[in-house]
Design a protein around this ligand. Structure first.
Ligand SMILES: Nc1ncnc2c1ncn2[C@@H]1O[C@H](COP(=O)(O)OP(=O)(O)OP(=O)(O)O)[C@@H](O)[C@H]1O
Length: 344
């Protein structure tokens, strides 16, 4: 089902948790709310779930106004960070619980529970109690339980943040697989940018209760609209756009009057690219070798003499053999890789 969120606001005392947030989620789409702690993402998810009431704004599920519909009538599947399974019920009984509440017939429940546990690869663990399952397995049960009643929306609130890195990665793939298989409209809250970029069809980046940018992961990464998104997603050289900077000419070509520009470290190439424009030199300040990747800080002399030298970060594949601190190297930035950013 599709979800339309229009100008939702919410304050707690003097704190504005959400300020005029709007978003359209298409049927079958997976959206991630991404942002630092306190940006309002959980509050928005709770409002969608009906667990919190907005001060203003409206929401529509397939065109139907949600404001008068209480949480229990929304038929949304919710998975929280803490597994919140009933400790005294087996995995199967946990999944069956919501169906019993909805008075599904016994045989239909049995079939659905089997189907759901198989979907999350827990068919052999149906009789186990939560404490006999690992954290990752418990979260799979929680997912099966949320999906069993055929919800119209799946809402995931940091479902993986209590798990260790490897289990987390497995479950990221698992959730995405299940979500695409069932084609269920899904919203997930996370503060982990990699998680958001790898799982979502679109990411909504939030800061201080407002939306900074919404778009497909590649757009958010390649074309951040402001310095907050640029810095929050991956690494970005965020620099003042002044005449004294050697690659200023790229910015002038965009025809605006920007105050700052952003360049991804992987777009700062250490080598001559044969073009005069965008070629300059930098002195190696620091080299950090990460195995498959090397990060190099370079000091770039400002051409006007008035401004201080700039530090620019470059990232290259491999071990960066032969790179020494103090060496002067030719650098190149392709004009299309310089982004003009709004300040945030
Ligand atoms: N029940 C509440 N009472 C008072 N203030 C609240 C309440 N819930 C949230 N807030 C405040 O609203 C703001 C947004 O909180 P919210 O939990 O939505 O952020 P978040 O982005 O999900 O953060 P986190 O990742 O830390 O959970 C914060 O300043 C928070 O302190």
């Amino acid at each position: 089902m599709s979800l339309e969120i229009r100008k939702i606001s919410k304050s707690f005392g003097g704190v504005k948790a959400l300020d005029d947030v709007s978003l359209s989620v298409e049927t079958g789409e997976m959206i991630c709310f991404l942002g630092p702690s306190g940006c309002g993402k959980t509050t928005l998810l709770r409002i969608i779930a009906g667990l919190e009431y907005p001060d203003g704004g409206s929401m529509y599920l397939d065109g139907r106004d949600l404001s008068s519909l209480p949480a229990r009538k929304r038929n949304f599947g919710v998975v929280f960070q803490s597994y919140s399974l009933f400790p005294n019920l087996s995995a199967a009984a946990n999944v069956a619980y919501g169906l019993e509440c909805r008075r599904w017939p016994g045989e239909k429940i049995r079939k659905r529970v089997e189907e759901m546990l198989a979907l999350v690869h827990l068919g052999d663990h149906a009789r186990k109690l939560p404490h006999q399952l690992s954290g990752g397995q418990q979260q799979r049960v929680a997912l099966a339980r949320a999906l069993a009643p055929e919800p119209s929306l799946l809402l995931l609130d940091e479902p993986l943040s209590a798990l260790d890195a490897q289990v987390r990665e497995e479950l990221q793939e698992e959730i995405r697989r299940v979500q695409q298989h069932l084609k269920i409209t899904t919203i997930m809250v996370t503060h982990d940018q990699e998680e958001a970029l790898s799982m979502a069809d679109r990411v909504m980046v939030m800061k201080d209760g407002t939306v900074m940018q919404t778009g497909p992961p590649m757009d958010i990464y390649k074309r951040p609209e402001n310095s907050f998104v640029a810095r929050f997603i991956g690494k970005m050289n965020v620099l003042p756009a002044q005449k004294e900077i050697p690659f200023q000419s790229h910015v002038a070509a965009e025809g605006s009057r920007p105050r700052i520009i952003g360049i991804r470290p992987e777009d700062v190439q250490i080598a001559c690219c044969g073009r005069e424009e965008g070629t300059f030199s930098g002195v190696v300040d620091q080299v950090v070798r990460l195995g498959n990747l090397t990060r190099v800080s370079l000091r770039v002399e400002s051409t006007g003499g008035r401004e201080k030298d700039l530090l620019i970060l470059s990232e290259l594949q491999g071990m960066g053999e032969g790179l020494e601190v103090g060496a002067s190297l030719p650098l190149c930035i392709q004009p299309e890789n310089v982004r003009v950013l709004e300040w945030h």
